[in-house]
Design a protein around this ligand. Structure first.
Ligand code: HEM
Ligand SMILES: [Cu+2]
Length: 616
């Protein structure tokens, strides 16, 4: 910038020319943010690097979380098996009896179940999914140089990292990590003496998740501000790809619900260490009444699920956004019902705040209150069905490329339908009386949230891997990964519906000492074997991921899929600031596929003579 040039004039000129004030312009030559290894790779403020950090940390946790589930599945499928070979890893949590048989300590079984849930829900499917793709795609797809605050964005990752370290450390406590279930209901969570995991394990669990909330809030504020304020010229809200809509609404949900969880956790910490009794009353320990009265464990449940239900949508909405985008690109068709998709996201988001007590039908809430929650819970099926209808209609008549990202999108739709249907059973309080706390619930949420969200994440990773690492992942391995996971997931969670309907409760250490459940021994074995096979397919993904980073086929064209959105207008090696020259201005929505006999028209391409905007 020349010295006789007033900054004000410069700014006005930019706004006039480009429609935005391109701050980045000022440090066009050399990047003041990335000067050495540390600022480029570790404390990076580049949203693309932060996305990769979220993804790597997410993969790390996914492997741990999944390995834990394999250990407790072994216990459930083969309760009499000798697990002494696990002693080198689990140490004192495997006890060897007189006959030389190694057994998993029941306490640690509960710790594994608890950690599995916590890790997958928060660290993998929230941070690993939303953190990765909101970071990667928001600036690239709306045409921004970076997030509104790259610094806060960096902090958001590091709070997640810190939260991870605390949780990881808790795995190695001599009393073990927290073991009262991922929902951490009191009194198990509120009384340090309630179980061994309720001591230091629970304290670290709570501290870790409070740090996690800070991370979500820092990230979410940034995503919202960036989307609302940093869109390039011409990128009206109604021209944004559905990914960006989904990330926006997800961030709003997070901002409104996570602070409630944090405050609930603070009350929990007070109960645990300051002698208050927000959540405690009428507790007897060894026949002795605890002198803490007046609180209510139900209060905690309300607070937890006020976050907990929106949280399930915080997990699934980004996956839905990714699926909408990838499905449309690889079906070579505009997404069907774009506006209906947006309105459905908004409707789901709104409704997700007024259904939380469907997790509490059996906690003694007034049945008349339950009716309110039943009605709104069932209404969520409407926007959900609209979305499913639109995905299928997008596929219908499409020129479908059955590549790995597309397969995972179709798998997502299948899982979302199967899991959504069982939600309708559970949403009826009268039916839930039978199903609550059984494997039916476990089956429901693993299919609709666990597997479906993972599928959305896989679709995203396979699809945008070239944008992240400049290379493609291996397609053959990808397809094997898909098919084994698709069949495996149904084999694992399908039979669980049956177990649940027969009344088999969740979170039990073993079932063979109950006459009623003896018949399910073989089914439990089957589930365990299916889970192990599915687990190995995920390791295949991890191998493919790291192998492809260095050895995958190189990306040679800027826009390999013939996609319309702006991330593919950046150079193959995308530097900090994303576009070396001006940011493209946007002329049309993101879904002009197959229009006027053109296979695709990118968003920055002006309307041809006589061309009309696609009505949407
Ligand atoms: C039409 C849609 C849906 C309905 C009507 C529905 C209904 C329900 C109900 C009533 C429960 C409580 C069951 C019980 O504990 O007895 C439940 C549990 C659950 N649902 Fe859904 N659901 C739907 C979709 C979803 C979606 C889309 C997700 C996530 C993406 C999800 C995630 C969960 C989770 C995580 C739990 C169990 C949490 C736990 O107890 O550990 N559900 N669902
Ligand atoms: Cu819910």
């Amino acid at each position: 910038m020349s010295a006789n040039h007033s900054p004000l004039v410069e700014k006005d000129k930019l706004i006039q020319e480009l429609g935005y004030d391109d701050h980045f312009h000022e440090h066009h030559h050399g990047d003041k943010y990335q000067t050495n290894f540390l600022t480029t790779y570790i404390f990076s403020q580049d949203h693309k690097m932060i996305a990769r950090q979220f993804l790597m940390t997410g993969i790390f946790w996914a492997v741990i979380g999944a390995a834990m589930s394999i250990i407790f599945r072994l216990q459930l499928g083969y309760p009499d098996a000798d697990l002494s070979w696990l002693k080198p890893v689990l140490g004192k949590w495997i006890t060897i009896n007189d006959a030389g048989i190694g057994r998993l300590e029941p306490e640690f079984y509960y710790a594994l179940v608890t950690m599995h849930g916590t890790i997958i829900v928060f660290f993998v499917l929230t941070a690993g999914l939303s953190g990765t793709f909101s970071n990667l795609l928001i600036p690239l797809q709306i045409g921004a140089r970076d997030m509104a605050s790259p610094f806060l964005n960096m902090l958001s990752y590091w709070f997640f990292f810190l939260s991870s370290v605390v949780m990881f450390y808790s795995l190695f406590l001599s009393t073990g990590p927290f073991s009262g279930g991922w929902t951490a209901y009191p009194p198990l969570s509120a009384l340090p003496q309630a179980s061994i995991g309720s001591g230091a394990g629970m304290t670290l669990w709570t501290v870790s998740l409070v740090l996690f909330v800070v991370s979500v809030l820092l990230g979410g504020m940034n995503y919202i501000t960036t989307i609302l304020n940093l869109r390039t010229k011409g990128m009206s809200m109604w021209r944004m790809p559905l990914t960006v809509w989904a990330f926006l609404v997800t961030a709003i949900l997070g901002l409104l619900s996570f602070p409630v969880l944090a405050s609930g956790f603070f009350l929990m910490l007070f109960d645990r260490s300051l002698g208050t009794s927000f959540y405690l009353s009428d507790i007897f320990i060894n026949g002795q009444a605890l002198d803490r009265i007046g609180g209510s464990p139900i209060l905690y449940q309300h607070i937890f699920w006020f976050l907990g239900h929106p949280e399930v949508y915080i997990i699934i909405l980004p996956a839905m956004g990714i699926v909408s985008e990838v499905l449309s690109v690889h079906a070579r068709k505009p997404i069907f019902g774009y506006r209906a998709m947006v309105y459905s996201i908004l409707a789901i988001a709104f409704l997700s705040f007024i259904v939380w007590a469907h997790h509490m039908f059996m906690s003694g809430v007034n049945p008349f209150i339950s009716n309110f929650f039943v009605v709104f819970t069932l209404i969520i099926a409407v926007p959900s069905a609209v979305k499913v209808f639109n995905w299928i209609s997008t596929l219908y008549g499409g020129n479908i490329r059955l590549n790995t990202p597309m397969l995972f999108c179709i798998g997502f739709v299948s899982m979302f339908i199967s899991g959504g249907l069982t939600g309708i059973f559970l949403g009826n309080s009268a039916i839930d009386i039978q199903q609550h706390d059984t494997y039916f619930v476990v089956a429901h949420f693993h299919i609709v949230m666990g597997v479906a969200a993972f599928f959305g994440m896989f679709a995203g990773v396979y699809n945008w891997f070239p944008k992240m690492f400049g290379r493609f992942m291996n397609e053959t391995l990808g397809k094997i990964h898909f098919w084994v996971t698709m069949i495996g997931a149904y084999a694992v969670f399908g039979p669980m519906h049956y177990l649940g309907m027969a009344g088999v409760p969740r979170r039990y250490y073993r079932f063979d000492n109950f006459d009623a459940f003896k018949d399910f021994t073989d089914m439990n074995k089957f589930i365990t074997i299916a889970a192990i096979i599915t687990f190995f397919a995920q390791l295949l993904f991890v191998v493919n991921f790291f192998w492809s980073m260095y050895k995958g086929r190189k990306m040679t064209e800027q826009n390999p899929y013939g996609s319309n959105s702006l991330e593919w207008t950046t150079p193959i090696e995308t530097g900090h600031g994303n576009w070396p020259e001006k940011i493209p201005t946007v002329q049309r929505w993101a879904y002009d596929y197959g229009k006027d006999n053109k296979e695709f028209i990118q968003q920055h391409v002006p309307l041809a003579e006589g061309e009309e905007h696609s009505s949407h």
